[in-house]
Design a protein around this ligand. Structure first.
Ligand code: ATP
Length: 229
């Protein structure tokens, strides 16, 4: 279980997150919603160790991981799929998977990636940067899958993709969750995120404006938060 306790963070002297308290219970899918600039990306980056928090605590399965370096957190089973395509564009699909494989087990990594997205199987020798946006996102997600993570932070992984590809990505996320990974999902498609999540947090200007089950979320509250009302 991931717990954020009064976490504050930002850039230089600019504070973005304001005492955010939230939890991602083991095996659950948690959606993190909020308008542009609410601080969603900043929150994911702080959890994965890319930004040092100003104050507050982050614990993973009871262990204090506040301010730990990203590679230490990867070793603890945490995986961050960043905004944009998290792939090496100049490397082939196979090499992208190899880089991610914890012990350099090419065959196993490839097998797992194909299990995640079968169409990657026909593209193993293709240079990643020449694939479509959707295929690159599938590769980024397959790279996460190969690590068998226990907690995956997903930053707008469906952004700018065709609806059919978004369907495939959401089906994959459900399979990832069924395999036992907890997911913290930042997503522009609010309805899709609400359909798959167990809990939802709504960030408004860096503070938690709502925390609860998706059915309890008041549409007006979401609207107000997204429009800055
Ligand atoms: P979006 O949906 O637009 O990605 P977000 O909720 O993910 O929004 P963040 O990207 O976390 O929001 O940004 C929160 C605030 O922090 C914004 O005001 C943004 O301008 C600011 N910010 C983000 N990155 C930096 C940075 N590297 N340096 C300074 N300020 C930043």
């Amino acid at each position: 279980m991931l717990v954020l306790d009064k976490l504050s963070a930002g850039y230089g002297s600019t504070q973005v997150l304001r005492e955010v308290t939230m939890a991602v219970p083991a095996g659950s899918v948690v959606a993190l919603l909020g308008a542009n600039g609410a601080g969603k990306t900043t929150l994911l980056r702080t959890v994965s160790g890319l930004i040092k928090p100003m104050s507050g605590r982050v614990t993973l399965d009871g262990e204090d991981i506040t301010g730990r370096a990203p590679h230490q957190l990867v070793a603890r089973g945490l995986c961050h799929v960043p905004e944009g395509r998290g792939v090496f564009p100049a490397l082939t699909v196979a090499d992208n998977l190899l880089v991610q494989s914890p012990d350099g087990q090419t065959a196993e990594a490839t097998e797992l990636a194909i299990e995640a997205f079968p169409r990657l199987g026909q593209r193993l020798t293709q240079v990643a940067g020449t694939m479509s946006g959707g295929e690159q996102q599938m590769l980024a997600l397959a790279r996460a899958y190969v690590q068998s993570p226990s907690l995956v932070l997903l930053d707008e992984v469906s952004m700018g993709l065709a609806p059919k590809i978004v369907d495939e990505i959401f089906e994959f996320l459900e399979r990832l969750a069924l395999r036992g990974a907890s997911l913290l999902l930042v997503e522009q498609y609010v309805t899709r995120a609400l359909a798959v999540c167990d809990y939802v947090y709504l960030l408004n200007k860096g503070s938690v404006a709502f925390a609860g089950e998706p059915a309890e979320l008041d549409a007006e509250e979401v609207f107000a938060s997204y429009t800055g009302a």
